[in-house]
Design a binder for this molecule. Structure first.
Ligand SMILES: Cc1cc2nc3c(=O)[nH]c(=O)nc-3n(C[C@H](O)[C@H](O)[C@H](O)COP(=O)(O)OP(=O)(O)OC[C@H]3O[C@@H](n4cnc5c(N)ncnc54)[C@H](O)[C@@H]3O)c2cc1C
Length: 462
């Protein structure tokens, strides 16, 4: 059996594993072995539907050491006036270049694609080639990094949770580009980012809104993408932070917090008459929202249980179906609910969100804290997991953990200086824009409200 040694064994070479490896190599002399079941780095983006884009700007996605895209502001389309967003193809090419052109040439990083990590026993860790079955034993000198813990659930690798009768056409969004023949109509099943992308893509491609039926069992809150802008537009992001702490300081629960953000235009929902139950941190631009609102046939009958040629069955209701209807399964969770656990253990790191959104920024933060001269107890105090459960009712828990970690790291000069340099930090460089009244007022608000926000959140969440 092949035997190798390394300082860090990183299982999963998605955005989290790659951002972790990049930041660790930049801030330490560690050696890293990356293992992934997929043939190349990039994680879920490798199998994403072809019309997907990042929902945040490329300017702060990827790894810290290399730009993704050109930091260009789009001048047309639904993202006009906002920073560009990479396609899946661009992201996959980017991660491949990071690996081939940056990480491997350091001589400290090795990548094993098409390999399944099988766990550890007293002889060490083991992974197996999915092509040959050949096992490799790994002796890990420092830590194993589980960069699969927040692995995304995506349509092309997901089994729908409802029964599909023979002769019913149910496809993942990936299948829309290979449809072959026109459909009498499209039924989109799902209420999240994938479903929104699919509806918007069909409408942009010329499908009449009346040909689209949208089964949304629960509605969601979304960030107004304008408020997630970095760099020259960082005043928007700073205003988002200011609104967050103001409402966190004064709200009496998750609903009033979200309603406050909606009144300010920071949070959006598709149908203002429906109370959102879901929050997964996805973003929408105002033009995208206007597009989605063209779809009138929205079905709110709960979860789909069975799709037959004649009828669709829900828990307590049925709807007639018609022939040649194409169903698009958008029910994969994307960002999954996971149980929070300490990030740092003596021989293990469990990758989770430690920032509010932006998975790569979390991973790079974890690597930088790991590479610093602190013990694991202190590292865990600096990086409390931010629980993305997907439930709007639990948004204050997420906010409390995110704010606690952010304030703790900001009080450590080495970490604050690193955050200010890290391109994955959406607020990077804000202090250089203090001549902008929006940035100045945001800083003032953060200084006034961060303390009261923490106190209020603590009371409301414990
Ligand atoms: C459509 C979509 C759009 C998104 N847009 C954004 C965005 O704009 N901004 C943002 O911050 N987040 C976004 N996300 C969230 C996304 O989860 C993160 O950005 C990020 O890509 C997650 O990376 P990951 O490495 O944690 O997980 P993944 O990309 O799922 O990677 C995990 C990897 O682990 C590998 N693996 C699992 N088990 C094993 C094993 N036993 N052995 C070996 N390998 C294994 C898998 O093959 C996979 O490659 C989006 C998610 C989706 C689905």
């Amino acid at each position: 059996m092949r035997e190798i040694e390394t300082d860090y064994l990183v299982v999963g070479a998605g955005a989290s594993g790659m951002a972790f490896a990049d930041a660790l190599v930049a801030t330490s002399d560690a050696e890293v072995v990356l293992v992934d079941r997929r043939h190349r780095p990039g994680g879920h983006w490798v199998d994403a539907y072809p019309f997907v884009r990042l929902h945040q700007p490329s300017a702060y996605y990827g790894v810290s050491s290399r730009m993704l895209g050109q930091n260009r502001i789009d001048d047309h389309g639904p993202n006009a006036g906002l920073y560009e967003r990479a396609t899946a193809a661009e992201i996959v090419d980017y991660f491949n270049r990071v690996l081939e052109e940056d990480l491997i040439p350091t001589g400290r990083v090795r990548f094993f694609g098409m390999c399944d990590y099988c766990g550890a026993d007293s002889d060490g860790h083991q992974f197996v080639s999915l092509l040959t079955g050949a096992p490799t034993r790994v002796r890990v000198r420092r830590k194993t990094v589980d960069a699969t813990y927040i692995e995304s659930s995506i349509p092309s690798r997901h089994t729908p949770g409802f029964v599909i009768d023979p002769d019913v056409r149910v496809i993942p969004p990936n299948g829309l580009v290979d449809l072959g023949e026109p459909a009498s109509g499209f039924t989109i099943v799902g209420a999240g980012k994938t479903a929104m992308d699919t509806c918007a893509w069909l409408l942009d491609a010329g499908v009449d809104p009346n040909q689209i039926r949208w089964i949304r069992c629960r509605d969601g809150w979304f960030f107004n993408r304008a408020y997630t802008q970095p760099l020259d537009l960082v005043a928007w992001f700073m205003q988002l932070q200011a609104r967050f702490v103001e409402h966190a300081a004064s709200c009496d629960g998750p609903r009033s917090f979200a309603d406050g953000l909606a009144a300010d235009g920071v949070f959006l929902r598709i149908d203002p008459s429906v109370e959102p139950e879901v929050f997964r941190g996805a973003t929408l631009s105002q033009p995208e929202l206007d597009t989605l609102r063209q779809i009138d046939d929205v079905v709110r009958l709960g979860r789909v249980r069975r799709i037959g040629t004649q009828r669709i069955t829900f828990d307590d209701a049925e709807l007639p179906n018609n022939e040649n209807q194409v169903f698009v399964d958008c029910t994969a969770a994307g960002v999954r609910r996971v149980e929070s656990r300490p990030v740092f253990g003596h021989d293990r790191i469990t990758m989770q969100y430690v920032t509010i959104g932006v998975a790569p920024w979390s991973a790079a933060t974890i690597a930088t804290v790991e590479a610093s001269d602190r013990d694991d107890e202190r590292r865990n105090q600096l990086c409390p997991p931010v629980p993305f459960t997907g439930e709007a009712s639990e948004i204050l828990h997420l906010l409390f953990a995110g704010l606690t970690g952010s304030l703790a790291r900001g009080a450590e000069p080495d970490l604050a200086a690193w955050e200010e340099r890290c391109r994955l930090n959406p607020g990077r460089g804000a202090a250089d824009h203090l001549d902008d009244p929006q940035v100045q007022s945001a800083f003032e608000s953060l200084m006034t409200n961060a303390g009261p926000a923490l106190l209020n959140l603590e009371q409301l969440t414990t």
